[in-house]
Design a protein. Structure first.
Length: 619
């Protein structure tokens, strides 16, 4: 203990937490032994009387807050009146049990200066000291508004009949600012008061801001015991729109699933904002109970009500909502469509997935069927795989693409041969691209990175059809398995232009920098403008994939890109990347492009940012 206190004697807050944590650990290990606890308390009292540094004093007072008793009170009381020690001393006194601490703080209250007095008022409130009520009541009725407000807050924490009486008096005669403080304090005091109902009635009848009166009404409901439901129903059936929001907010805590229909039956009597609130509340109940109400609300003329209903349907769950949500998603647009799709994806219940599969099988409307396909993918319904594969084979082009997109979330690596078969049988370009993405996504889920493209490479090696070879090459580019780069390089010299184009695009899609030299070579040597553009853009992107390269090396590669950039758009990309690798060479490169009118503005911006990064002054 002595060693710990020596470390704390000159402790400063910026010296880390080692010393305070050492004291905390010591106190916790000795607090349950009465003798050790008293010895620790005595040592701490001697320490704080020795004028330790502020950090050490606070650490010691934190410990006394935990183990301090009557012996600590006189020592701490002597520190309360000193500005440099009052905060730490009060912090300890706030938790020391017994009337001695109350009396010490009350004695200091009369002697303390302004700010010190405010701190003591706060501490008396934290102690919930009933003995402090007379003194606090006096301050609450005083002329110093800041002290009166602090005293009112403290009375709210103290609570009890005397504190409530004092606060009620302030509420009746104070000015607006203090009146609001008194109302807040009464709301707090009422939480633990057996006479809470009368307090809430008083507040509700007072001229207060709406939010406070609504809080009082909620408190009145809470204090009503067995009469809570009747108060809520009466408020919702009435004409006072002011009561609707607090009444609806109290519904979940007071109406069980079998009872909430009494509330929902009042839906049509409510204004739009209350309907929105009630609809959101109904989402917390089981679908069997509130489903019909929510489905009806989802067809309401009000957009906000419909949106709230769609969201609540997803929370309530239930297979009966599947067809409705799918149809709504197909017919609606914007936020309403998004809400329907989200609810369909999140719909709760063990019967939901089978219902989606059943509707998927019998639905004839392609738009609705597309929404069911989307939901099957987002919910990862494994049982939907056969139906989705069948759609890729024979459905409309739009559904083929949707089904392919859903398969990327459902299929596994064992399905890749079947997915490749589907891909190679497709004619529609959009569906083929979607299927390429699906195969690549499934392949990338293989944790063995250098085995991800195995199935695709095997099929490509045996394939003779140029169109199918092109599809397989695009898949390889999207997978990004470095072991397939050799195959793609070989395809660059194929006799078929479609195969060559696919190989170039595969290299341009490569997700890592391993194809950087390949795309540069295409950018440098190709006669096709589109291939040069694709390749130089890919080259620039791949340079950016290594942000921790030496700037000079990265800029050297960017200079190579600049030399083969066929258009201003690629030069702008180079300038944007130069900023990420600030160095003198990069600055000179940016400055050299100031004379090019097609990129002068971007060059100026890049040069300025590089100068700033290098710490140079911008001219």
């Amino acid at each position: 203990m002595d060693a710990i206190l020596r470390d704390l004697a000159n402790y400063k807050f910026d010296q880390g937490v080692g010393a305070p944590l050492g004291l905390r650990a010591y106190v916790f290990s000795h607090k349950d032994d009465l003798r050790a606890r008293r010895e620790t308390e005595a040592a701490l009292l001697r320490f704080i009387q020795g004028s330790p540094a502020p950090g050490g004093l606070m650490a010691a007072c934190r410990a006394l807050r935990l183990i301090g008793g009557p012996d600590s009170v006189p020592v701490l009381a002597s520190l309360v009146l000193k500005p440099e020690t009052t905060d730490a001393a009060r912090f300890a006194l706030e938790r020391i049990p017994g009337s001695e601490a109350d009396q010490a703080l009350l004695a200091a209250l009369d002697k303390a200066p302004g700010e010190g007095k405010r701190g003591i008022i706060f501490s008396l409130g934290e102690r919930k000291s009933a003995a402090a009520v007379p003194a606090l009541e006096k301050l609450a009725g005083g002329k110093v508004l800041s002290l009166a407000a602090d005293a009112v807050k403290a009375l709210g924490k103290v609570s009890g009949p005397d504190a409530v009486r004092a606060l009620t008096a302030v509420l009746g005669k104070a000015g607006l600012q203090l009146k609001l403080e008194a109302a807040s304090a009464l709301l707090l005091a009422a939480e633990n008061d057996p006479g809470a109902a009368a307090i809430y009635d008083k507040l509700f009848a007072t001229d207060l801001p709406p939010v406070m009166r609504q809080a009082a009404f909620k408190g009145k409901i809470e204090a009503a015991g067995g009469g809570r439901k009747d108060i809520i129903l009466k408020a919702l059936a009435g004409r006072d729109a002011f009561l609707f929001a607090p009444a609806i907010a109290m519904v979940p805590g007071n109406f069980r699933a079998g009872e909430v229909g009494q509330v929902a039956d009042l839906f049509d009597r409510l204004p739009e904002d209350a309907r929105v609130q009630l609809t959101a509340v109904l989402g917390g109940y089981p679908a069997d109970t509130v489903g019909p109400y929510l489905l009806s609300a989802a067809e309401n003329p009000s957009f906000d009500v419909r949106l709230a209903a769609l969201r609540s349907i997803g929370k309530a769950g239930g297979a009966k909502s599947v067809a409705f949500l799918a149809t709504k998603a197909a017919r609606a647009s914007g936020a309403e469509q998004d809400a329907a799709r989200e609810s369909l994806a999140l719909l709760r219940g063990s019967d939901v997935d089978p219902a989606i599969l059943a509707h998927l099988d019998k639905m004839s409307d392609d738009a609705v069927k597309a929404e069911l396909v989307r939901a099957a993918g987002e919910r990862r319904i494994a049982g939907a795989k056969p139906a989705l594969m069948a759609m890729v084979k024979s459905a409309s082009p739009m559904l083929k693409a949707k089904a392919a997109a859903a398969l990327r979330d459902i299929a596994g690596t064992a399905d890749i041969p079947d997915l490749l078969g589907l891909l190679l049988a497709l004619e529609d370009e959009t569906a083929r691209e979607s299927m390429q993405d699906a195969v690549a996504a499934v392949a990338r889920s293989n944790p063995r990175e250098l085995s991800r493209a195995g199935a695709v490479k095997a099929v490509l090696a045996a394939e003779k059809d140029p169109k199918k070879k092109a599809d397989l090459l695009r898949v390889l580019g999207k997978i990004g398995d470095d072991t397939s780069l050799a195959l793609i390089r070989g395809a660059l010299s194929d006799k078929d232009e479609g195969v060559v184009d696919a190989a170039v695009r595969a290299l341009a899609d490569w997700p890592t920098g391993m194809a950087r030299d390949d795309v540069y070579e295409v950018a440098r040597t190709s006669f096709a403008l589109n291939h040069r553009v694709l390749s130089v853009r890919a080259f620039i992107r791949m340079i950016g994939l290594e942000p921790f390269r030496a700037p000079d090396g990265a800029v050297a590669d960017l200079l190579r890109a600049l030399a083969v950039s066929p258009r201003p758009e690629e030069k702008k990309l180079v300038l944007g990347m130069l900023v990420r690798f600030p160095c003198v060479t990069g600055l000179k490169t940016a400055e050299s492009l100031l004379a090019d009118p097609t990129v002068a503005e971007e060059a100026k911006l890049a040069a300025n940012r590089i100068r700033q990064a290098l710490g140079r002054r911008t001219p």
